[in-house]
Design a protein around this ligand. Sequence first.
Ligand code: NAP
Length: 271
Amino acid sequence: MAHKKTAVIGDPIDHSLSPKIHNHWIESKKIDVAPYEKINVKKENFIRDVNRLIEEGYNGLNVTIPLKEDAYKYCDNTSDIARTLKAVNTLIINKDGVYGDNTDPVGFEKSIANRGLNNKLCLVLGAGGSARAVVYALTHMKCEIGIYNRTREKAELLCSDLGVEATILTETTLREFVGSSQLVVNTTSLGQQEDQENNLIEFDSLNSSAHVYDLIYNPSKTTFLRHAEKKGCTVQNGLEMLIHQAAQSFNLWHDTMPEIDEDLMSVLGVS
Ligand code: NAP
């Protein structure tokens, strides 16, 4: 039988850490499958390229920026989470067709599971694809949520699509909300460039007991996290979310949950 083939698709894709993570698990679990690859797929070529990959025998694909909505539309069937988010980050291809799931919400929730943040007041900055996953997870954690986005209409659409009651903040109401938030999550792409400032909040207003989370993991410490750390907050980047969503995808494809341990962290260069 042909070896199972898996990969991540997106554009850009060169920076992706997913191959390091998945190939470490494939090797450490001694699973007899082809190495996990990264493949550049441009949005305008999505259908053509994914059709080709399926013909070439790929059984599992992770999907990243900017293709998650295209992947959702492409599927024959999806999970409830993918239908709610209208976005897919994991494709499972078998004789019954293409099934889409989204492991980002579980990935986010697992990444903060030990921080005692259930039922707390949380601020989400941004209303793009990843904000949807974060708001879904925080709702599951019974948090009270405030959302601030440059384009207010997108925050409104997020809430109506997810059926979530969150406070949609303005620049004026944001300041007070920052001060009472126990968790502040940046889901915008501001900070992806080294030293790019993210000035969406006034850091002086932060509560020093808050946990401040930036979904960006490269750079590993954005200016957003550096400012929060100066205020005495605990901080976290997006690496754990990336690892946990990868573990969920791995389990969907290979039917075995991989270890998240020191060996993996050393492969990723994190001590
Ligand atoms: P997206 O759907 O394109 O959304 C981008 C968000 O950033 C929107 O809310 C957008 O606001 C906001 N934004 C962009 N430029 C801005 C600016 N100059 N000023 C203010 N707001 C700005 O992207 P995404 O999929 O949510 O991804 C966002 C970030 O999260 C990326 O850096 C990505 O790498 C990271 N991410 C990490 C993980 C992980 O596992 N750690 C998973 C997914 C994503 P508007 O609506 O006003 O345009």
